[in-house]
Design a protein around this ligand. Structure first.
Ligand SMILES: [Zn+2]
Ligand SMILES: [Zn+2]
Length: 156
């Protein structure tokens, strides 16, 4: 497995060539947001990233973080995830293994899992529907068993 600094370096190179291709500017803020994205743990929301970025760059605005994330999306450095709970999450794409998500209805913790049995479904449905299936997204929802999950407190 590649280390965080390795992934960061690959991400930086991809972003720089993206900026060049788009004729967009390399700014210290954009670079520091990218670095922070590759330091975040798991899935994160814009506000979390914004708070983390402000430690190094106190003058940074939420709008800048939003706009820069749009560039990262376009450059395929991050992926946007919506699980139907009105929140928007992001996760890194570089170094990420194919996985799906399980989310707790109550505490919103997100667990990643890999189910190889999805592969035959993709192949079969591709054949039936005449599609070359390129990706999929599967999200399971349930109540977790964590001690401090609000769900547990309600039912105990
Ligand atoms: Zn929970
Ligand atoms: Zn994930």
């Amino acid at each position: 497995m590649m280390s965080r600094p390795d992934l960061q370096k690959i991400a930086e190179e991809r972003f720089l060539s993206y900026l060049k291709k788009e004729g967009a500017r390399k700014t210290p803020e954009r670079m520091s947001i990218l670095k922070m994205v590759y330091e975040m743990e798991g899935h994160f929301e814009v506000e979390e990233l914004f708070r983390a970025c402000r430690i190094d760059s106190p003058g940074i605005s939420l709008a800048t973080v939003y706009n820069t994330l749009e560039l990262f999306l376009d450059a395929q450095l991050v992926m946007k995830l919506q699980f139907g709970d009105a929140r928007t999450y992001y996760e890194r794409l570089i170094g990420a293994k194919q996985h799906d998500h399980l989310m707790c209805n109550q505490c919103h913790q997100i667990i990643e899992f890999c189910a190889p049995s999805i592969q035959p479904v993709k192949t079969q449905m591709g054949e039936v529907l005449g599609f070359d299936i390129t990706r999929h997204a599967l999200t399971l929802h349930g109540d977790c068993m964590k001690e401090d999950c609000p769900n547990r407190m309600l039912t105990d």
